[in-house]
Design a protein around this ligand. Structure first.
Ligand code: MG
Length: 363
């Protein structure tokens, strides 16, 4: 099976409700979905939601990187020579992790189809189901309480609260939500780089004194501030997770060598695809550090790929793959299925995706 052609297209899917973090506000998921077509006619699906504020990749940069620079280098390559294709993608240009992730996912999908194996089994086959949390956007405390109660009524047992806009307000938000939902439901916080290191220590200690039962706190400080992240981790009891700081395997290796965080959030668009996500999981496992599998605002193509690596690896113990349920529609046929907060992987080869409705080719 040889790679014959790469088609680039996109889908635009409205969100059920505006997605708000300390970094941005979004009303629809714009996902670039590519089809890597083999000479046998098989199609490998991959995706790249351009998330400029996090990865630096825009829609135009993703398209140009795939169409003009990386894509042409893998045309004609044998799919069974996976490692050779992946190193070609990696070495074609610096950065551009989202474009590389889209190609990496699609090539893995084809490889799975070639050998008749679902991707989560290719990556280790540790679990075929997992529980995802649900993200609650940062808003006024009353609105966040309402959204949290709604989520619990829908069956969610883990909430990820977006905070990081204003310290006093953040305390009000978390306190109000914990009071409203009781002690059973897990609360994770994501500050999306919104605090300064000392400010983060002060606020997290306050959360601890108030006994709010916070499971973990994601990315309290700026992405590049590894020393600041370590300062926070060293000075609070609560587990600190690196997200925007933990880009690819090299950053994760550096963070864990410094002991700058307690947990790692893996995302395919930061890592540059499944093969680097697997490396990150292996580095973290070597250091005894558990991982969460996260996502961007994206279609079920990327969610299925992310769930496949999370299903494969034992060390990925937490799942934040709620993007597909934040969308008002699901145009992707096949792949993972959702029952409330439960994600079930398909046993079909590769990603198990057979079609994407409303896919518009970009020529
Ligand atoms: Mg995050």
């Amino acid at each position: 099976m040889k790679i014959k052609e790469i088609k680039i297209g996109k889908v635009s899917i409205p969100l059920k409700k505006a997605f708000k973090t300390a970094l941005r506000e979004v009303h629809s998921a714009e996902d670039i979905i590519i089809k890597v077509i083999a000479d046998t006619g098989e199609v490998g699906y991959g995706n790249a939601p351009p998330t400029a504020v996090i990865t630096g990749d825009s829609q135009d940069s993703v398209i140009a990187a795939i169409r003009d620079t990386i894509g042409p280098k893998i045309i004609g390559m044998e799919v069974d020579n996976l490692e050779r294709i992946l190193t070609t993608i990696e070495g074609a240009m610096l950065h551009n992790h989202s474009a590389k992730a889209a190609l990496d996912i699609a090539v893995h999908d084809l490889f799975g189809k070639l050998y008749g194996i679902p991707l989560y089994k290719l990556f280790g086959g540790y679990r075929s189901t997992m529980t995802t949390d649900l993200t609650i956007s940062v808003n006024a405390p009353e609105e966040m309480v309402r959204d949290s109660l709604e989520a619990i009524a829908e069956g969610y047992t883990e909430l990820k609260l977006k905070v990081g806009t204003d310290v006093q307000m953040d305390i009000k938000r978390v306190k109000a939500i914990r009071q409203a939902i009781g002690s059973e439901v897990k609360i994770r916080l994501d500050a999306n780089q919104g605090w300064l290191p000392k400010e983060a220590v002060r606020i997290i200690r306050k959360f601890e004194d108030m006994d709010l039962g916070i499971e973990l706190i994601e990315q309290p400080v700026k992405a590049h501030d590894f020393a600041g992240l370590k300062f926070v981790t060293d000075n609070v009891e609560t587990n600190i997770m690196a997200d925007e700081s933990s880009f690819g395997p090299y950053e994760v290796f550096t963070l864990l060598s410094m002991r700058a965080c307690d947990l790692i959030n893996i995302k395919l668009m930061k890592a540059g695809g499944l093969h680097n996500a697997a490396k990150i999981a292996n580095i973290a496992e070597t250091m005894g550090v558990q991982c969460m599998m996260g996502c961007m605002l994206e279609s079920k193509v990327g969610i299925t790929a992310a769930a496949s690596i999370a299903g494969g690896k034992k060390i990925i113990t937490k799942t934040d793959l709620d993007a597909a349920v934040l969308l008002a529609a699901d145009p992707v046929v096949g792949g993972v299925s959702f029952t409330k907060n439960q994600i079930r992987l398909s046993d079909a080869p590769g990603l198990g995706i057979t079609d994407v409705h409303g896919w518009q080719e970009i020529l």
